[in-house]
Each structure stands twice: as structure tokens, then as C-alpha cells.
Ligand binder design. Structure first.
Ligand SMILES: [Zn+2]
Length: 248
């Protein structure tokens, strides 16, 4: 057992050596312990409520890279309100201050490796902070895991909880997930129904029909049919090329 001081109420707290995350039994403040001592948890407010999160999702789903009408056709199957733990590092790198945010929980969710600290300050996460119905995700990665490989020299580090909405939805029998950063309104998704795949299908089908008609025409008017086939092939190629460029 070792004794640390609560950074809030200064009460001595006994913990097992190696404990990284604990809660002060006197004032309920969340505390993390690294080699520089005991530190606070910080937390960022939700600026998007559930309705606003759904609105943000629908706007994202109606974007140009998504399949047409995804905003209407996607059926939301689950919405989760979570606080996701990250490590905040303020570093001096070649004379420039750099902020680095890394996940404190291993995750396969998209976007959580590139969260950005919002303009406003974050608050100390103590017993006075009400997380309402949000679920608090526990850190399972130690800060030391990142500390030794970060560039420059350290100025400050902290554990910061980010507010996120996880929206699960299905489209034509396939399930997808989107993560919304509830402080910046940014939407992250590793996969979603894309417009290009639907367009490719339409072009392929259209091209096939055109070739079929032209093939039939070739029996009587071979020269005209071959010219038309050339035009069709060029149209299919150019349209596919345009879609590929737009999707990139
Ligand atoms: Zn305390």
C-alpha cells in the first residue's frame, strides 16, 4: 500500500502500488495516478443533446458521399450517450507547443484517435459534476504507454473525458456505426453506404442495356452500332472516373 494526497481535498488516500485510477473516498473526486503524482480527471460538456445528435447524424447522412436518401432510409437501432476517456498531453516540440490527444481506452470505434479539444475549458470531474444518463467508459490503457514515445518534452498531462454519441443504424440489412463528438459535432464513421457503389451499379446496368441494344442493332447497321458502342464505352469510363474522383 502507498499513500497519495487527493488533489482536491488533500485527504490521504491509501492505494495499492500500481493503481492507476481511483476515486477519493472522502470527496468522490476521480483521480488518476501517474509517475508525476495524482492528477484530476477532466470532463467536457455535451453541447449536443439527443435530438441535436440525431439531427447532426441526418445532415451527415445526406452528404454527397453517402448513398442517396440515406438520411431517410437509415433506421437508427441504438443510441448511446458516453464519456470516452482520453489522455491530454501538452508538449514542447522544437520550440512549438503541441497538444496531443490519445485514447485511454482501447477501441475500434472510428474517430476517437483524432479528437480535438474544443475551444472552451474543460472542468474538473468531481462529485459535483453530474453525468446524467451518460455511461462512463473506463480507461484500460496506461498513460505511460504513450508518454515514452511522445515527441518533445512534457509540460502538462491529464485525463480528459470526451462526450460522444454512438449511433447504430441499419441500411438494407447491414449494420453501421457512426460516432459523434458531442463537443465539436464532428461525425466519424469507418464505413457507411456510399453513393459511389450505388452509382457504379447503375452505370454497369445502364452500360449493359446499351450494349445489348447496340448488339441487336449491329445485325442490320454494323457501322452505326460500333460507333454507338464506342460512345457507350467512353461514357461508362468517364462517369466511373468522375465518381472515383468524387469518392476520393
Ligand atoms: Zn478528496
Amino acid at each position: 500500500m502507498i499513500t497519495i494526497k487527493c488533489p482536491k481535498c488533500v485527504a490521504p488516500i491509501e492505494i495499492d502500488a500500481g493503481t492507476k485510477f481511483t476515486k477519493c473516498p472522502y470527496c468522490d473526486t476521480q483521480i488518476y495516478i501517474d509517475r508525476s503524482g495524482a492528477g484530476f480527471y477532466y470532463i467536457i460538456d455535451f453541447t449536443l443533446n439527443k435530438d441535436a445528435a440525431i439531427g447532426t447524424f441526418k445532415r451527415w447522412a445526406s452528404g454527397p458521399s453517402k448513398v442517396k436518401n440515406l438520411d431517410k432510409a437509415a433506421s437508427i437501432t441504438n443510441i448511446k450517450k458516453m464519456f470516452f476517456p482520453t489522455y491530454f498531453f501538452r508538449r514542447h516540440v522544437d520550440g512549438i507547443e503541441k497538444i496531443i490527444i490519445e485514447p485511454a481506452q482501447s477501441t475500434t470505434l472510428p474517430g476517437l484517435h483524432r479528437l480535438k479539444i474544443p475551444a472552451g475549458d474543460f472542468q474538473i470531474f468531481d462529485s459535483s459534476y453530474n453525468i446524467d444518463d451518460a455511461e462512463l467508459m473506463e480507461p484500460d490503457i496506461e498513460m505511460l504507454h504513450y508518454l515514452d514515445s511522445l515527441p518533445g518534452s512534457g509540460k502538462e498531462q491529464a485525463l480528459v473525458y470526451f462526450p460522444i454519441w454512438i449511433i447504430e443504424y441499419s441500411y438494407k440489412g447491414t449494420n453501421y456505426k457512426a460516432v459523434i463528438d458531442a463537443s465539436s459535432s464532428e461525425v466519424f464513421a469507418s464505413s457507411f453506404p456510399t453513393r459511389s457503389s450505388a452509382s457504379y451499379l447503375a452505370i454497369t446496368a445502364g452500360g449493359f442495356v446499351a450494349f445489348f441494344i447496340e448488339g441487336a442493332l449491329a445485325v442490320k447497321y454494323p457501322v452505326i452500332a460500333i460507333a454507338l458502342m464506342g460512345v457507350t464505352a467512353l461514357a461508362v469510363f468517364l462517369t466511373s472516373y468522375k465518381i472515383t474522383k468524387e469518392a476520393a
